[in-house]
Design a protein around this ligand. Sequence first.
Ligand SMILES: Cc1cc2nc3c(=O)[nH]c(=O)nc-3n(C[C@H](O)[C@H](O)[C@H](O)COP(=O)(O)OP(=O)(O)OC[C@H]3O[C@@H](n4cnc5c(N)ncnc54)[C@H](O)[C@@H]3O)c2cc1C
Length: 528
Amino acid sequence: MSRTVSSAPVDLFVIGGGLNGCGIARDAGGRGLTVRLAEQGDLAQGTSSASTKLFHGGLRYLEYFEFRLVREALEERETLLTAMPHISWPMRFVLPYSPDMRFENDTPTSRLLGFVMPWMKGRRPAWLIRLGLFLYDNLGGRKILPGTAKLDLKTDPTGKPLKPGFGLAYEYSDCWVQDSRLVVLNARDAEARGATIMTRTRVTAAHREGDLWRIETEGETGPATYYARALVNAGGPWVEDVIRNVAHIPSTEGVRLVRGSHIVVPKLYDHDRCYFFQGTDGRIIFAIPYEQDFTLIGTTDMDHKGLPGEARCTDEERDYLCAFASQYFARPVTPDQVVWTYSGVRPLYNDGAKSATAATRDYVLSLNDQGAPLLNVFGGKITTYRRLAESALAKLAPFFPKASGKWTARVALPGGDFPVDGVEALIAQLSATYPFLSPRLARRLVRTYGTEAFRLLGDAKSLSDLGRDFGAGLTEAEVNWLVRNEYALSAQDILWRRTKLGLHMNDEQVRALDDFIAAMPAAVAAAE
Ligand SMILES: Cc1cc2nc3c(=O)[nH]c(=O)nc-3n(C[C@H](O)[C@H](O)[C@H](O)COP(=O)(O)OP(=O)(O)OC[C@H]3O[C@@H](n4cnc5c(N)ncnc54)[C@H](O)[C@@H]3O)c2cc1C
């Protein structure tokens, strides 16, 4: 195929369609900059679909004295919740207290406590957990989320699925978010503000040419060349690869790849709260109600040696998570219960920290301005992506004096234009307009598409108006929507990143969906 050359330069070319790349593209588009983004695979196919899916301050980062990061993340929770009340919601976390639970032994807090209270031998005292939760409640200016409460697990329903013997627990707030949907909604909003989003397009080379970047890509439509005034490297775990092998820039900055795996098992309990379990090894894991019928358990924290795209949950990690959860649940969690696992790689800025758990979770933005600017993005959290995008644009501001100021706080993402406490009312409204929807389907559609569920369903008067049912309530109308509006090009995109319906479908249904998409004119058009 011959190379296409797009000679008119854009202001910003973004490498990477994870949350940070799409967040930056959206922010820049809204400031009036021209933007093009290239993602080598599907949107969110890297780390941004493999997180624990929490908007959280990171309670345990307090032990590393990461106060700036924790405060920023705590503040963001409510800002983000307001902008996307469909795909995110508040959650309560129950932290059972047990005097045997220990610190990781090299956190600043554990070292300090080891010095002043050596008799604790690495154990976390209850007053320290209370202090941490007090800070957690008060650092980030909470208005929507309720504060910490004390529970007696002998009487509270959350004690029921746990082993007898747990008495005291603390319950605090954080939020859930559908991570990969957050990415696609940012990409769509970026596009609505003028950005061009290219998926299945790998950036193979980038060179400075005069005042511009010349960027070469390989995609399903063949090789292409683009020009840009500035380049953003939001390659996540590939950030170092892009610096060295795409831009060919010698750099001392590195990325530390830390793998985190999760397991999914059939629902372990009936209430809607999550658990925060502390281990005897100083680590913590969460158990979270997941996709109505399941419980999500994770995460591990291991240095990752292979390529970022090859992260898989090992048998050892699976067994570790089962054993960890079984220290708490009355009925043991066993490997044969595991229905799905996923694994992602944290792209942490290499700050020389010793253990995987101890490496900084904060993000680092490094600007190379030896010619046309290159901004490299290291690290970050789902929770701080919007602030990261603002900081990225602040770093690039001197090169774009005409760009307007920050604007994204509390601005709704597509489908999120309804009140933060309005989800039940929206489900009721959708069910009244489309009375043929089952309560489960109406809820899922609102939780996935928010107010856009009405556009998706259009003037359908019955289930059969929504076309073929591929299984698990996925209809032709929804598939059409995802292919036409959300860059989906395969069953995998739809079943694991736009939705999590893959958990409910068998191989034959997946094949039928793939065949259907391959035959769709819109998919063909999008892929061309
Ligand atoms: C196990 C785990 C749990 C986590 N849990 C949480 C949590 O609960 N809450 C929270 O706030 N944060 C959490 N995080 C952190 C969060 O997931 C990440 O910080 C975030 O997703 C990083 O996004 P990103 O855009 O930088 O990277 P990615 O999502 O990996 O995106 C980078 C993209 O760049 C693309 N790319 C790379 N090279 C090229 C190229 N040459 N051309 C084109 N495209 C390219 C890749 O394909 C990839 O899609 C967790 C992380 C992990 C691993």
